[in-house]
Design a protein around this ligand. Structure first.
Ligand code: UD1
Ligand code: CA
Length: 455
């Protein structure tokens, strides 16, 4: 049987106190709704439906890459109403997976299991038991432990409020059952809304089996209603990811002080010191060492490379056994061949640094190609920008650039050439020659220092 998923994402989420709708707030760098929707990618869905309302265009854009069909809910009349809008667009013979966009961490295997079990004409629900179930719908069971109903917090009796087992808001069931039941919902409840949760009572009345599934970790099923819960879930998820990294052979100095906001692919025997943030797609080769306080975004780092404290790297391809930092900044388009060195207060942008080449101190290299075995002296600046256009600098193999030199692009320093310290190079330097372009030193003998004027 084909499977379709419906995700509710129409609410504003007023408790976030934000201009942004709740489902666009991020967890581990990704909007809540996008994260949940992306998880469904492994389910082989026939249709992915998202019910949108507040900031509908923005929310739709956050799931458009997944081929989601968005359905507009003008007024938020309750979860039953919202599922009703999407259910008009699903196949009668489909199995449906129903979810709320504010619960971003539902695992794919849990979704799959629920969908599989719903094939036997069952209503499958995901529940967890909490010490503090405040605000959630409670799972009411009879003396035989069979589920009878979900009662919302605001509608619950004192005995029902004492129940710790709660509804996470994830359900799987045949589409034809949902379509039978939705018209029977009413608004006789504390919030005057159409609650999808009332379908549980209909399942009981109609003799449809109810099956309850639980996730491995409670947090995987938790929803976010305010910024406090978002921060708590973020911390849990970060620690969960850190644990996975350690299981796979990465030494994390402190699993409470690493953030992965994207996908981090790791080889073996990598060490990551405290307070490092990884964003986007990052891959680290074997034996990479990353010092404290580094930010690395969309980059690949070759085996054996060392990145020292406080380095900021974005959009870079780094070879093997390179030595970077402390306080290095590699900007997009930086490429380092093996054994290259980029030291403190060095910034690179759209720059290739050849094998074994070094820029160890206080340097800017922009729009530059540096050959092999080059030494870029302290304080070297490529002047790549005239205020309007950018120009290229070529520094060929074996060049030695003396300290505090300005290389005014476009310019080429030929292989084996030397640039004298303090030069402002505006013309190409031929191979194997010495360029000196600075004021000549004059020494005045027996110089009399200025003295204070008498008052
Ligand atoms: C809901 C459940 C509750 C469960 C809890 C789990 C109902 C009636 N209650 O309560 O049993 O314990 O989730 O987190 O379902 N939405 C729409 N359109 C609407 C109403 C809601 O799209 O008309 C969306 C919201 O944007 C949100 C999700 O549905 O993403 C859940 O709605 P919310 O109001 O947060 O439900 P809860 O009160 O948390
Ligand atoms: Ca909620």
């Amino acid at each position: 049987m084909s499977v379709e998923a419906i995700i509710l994402a129409a609410g504003q989420g007023t408790r976030m106190r934000s201009k942004l709708p709740k489902v666009l707030h991020t967890l581990a760098g990704k909007p809540l709704v996008t994260r949940l929707a992306e998880t469904t990618a492994s389910l082989d869905l026939k249709g992915l439906h998202v019910v949108v309302g507040h900031a509908a265009d923005q929310v739709s854009a956050a799931v458009s890459h997944l081929g989601a069909q968005c359905h507009f809910q003008a007024d938020q009349k309750g979860t039953g109403h919202a599922f009703g809008i999407a259910s008009e667009h699903v196949d009668n013979d489909s199995i449906l997976l129903l979810m709320y966009a504010d619960s971003p961490l539902i695992p794919a295997d849990v979704m799959q299991q629920m969908v599989d079990h719903a094939q036997q004409d069952k209503l499958v629900m995901l529940t967890v038991t909490l010490d503090d179930p405040t605000g959630f719908g409670r799972i009411v069971r009879n003396d035989n432990h069979q589920v009878q109903a979900i009662v919302e917090h605001k509608d619950a009796s004192p005995e029902q409020l004492a129940i710790g087992e709660i509804n996470t808001g994830v359900y799987a069931l045949p589409a034809k059952r949902l379509k039978e039941w939705l018209p029977r919902l009413d608004t006789n409840n504390a919030q005057g809304e159409l609650y999808v949760t009332d379908i549980v009572e209909f399942a009981v009345t109609d003799g449809v089996d109810i099956e309850v599934v639980q996730p491995q970790y409670v947090e995987q099923a938790l929803g976010v209603n305010d910024r406090i819960q978002l921060a708590e879930l973020e911390r849990w998820y970060q620690q969960f990811q850190a644990t996975e990294l350690m299981r796979n052979g990465v030494q994390v100095a402190d699993p409470t002080r690493i953030d992965v906001r994207g996908e981090l692919t790791c080889g073996q025997d990598i060490t990551i010191d405290i307070n490092c943030v990884f964003e986007g797609q990052v891959s680290l080769g074997d034996d990479v060492f990353i010092g404290p306080n580094c930010t690395i975004k969309d980059a690949s780092v070759g085996a054996g490379t060392v990145i020292k404290a406080n380095s900021v790297i974005e959009g870079a391809v780094i070879g093997e056994q390179c030595d970077i930092g402390p306080f290095a900044r590699l900007r997009p388009g930086s490429e380092l061949a093996n054994k290259a060195k980029v030291g403190n207060f060095v910034e690179t942008k759209k720059t290739y640094l050849g094998e074994g080449s070094k820029a160890n101190h206080f340097t800017y290299l922009g729009d530059t190609v540096v050959g092999q075995g080059v030494n870029i002296g302290a304080g070297t600046i490529t002047c790549n920008y005239d205020g309007v256009n950018k120009f290229q600098t070529n520094i060929e193999d074996g060049v030695f650039v003396g300290s505090n030199s300005s290389l005014v692009a476009p310019v080429t320093i030929g292989s084996g050439a030397t640039v004298g310290a303090g030069s402002t190079v505006t013309k190409d330097v031929p191979a194997d020659s010495l360029a000196v372009a600075r004021g000549k030193q004059r020494n005045m003998a027996a110089w009399t220092k200025p003295s204070k004027l008498a008052k």
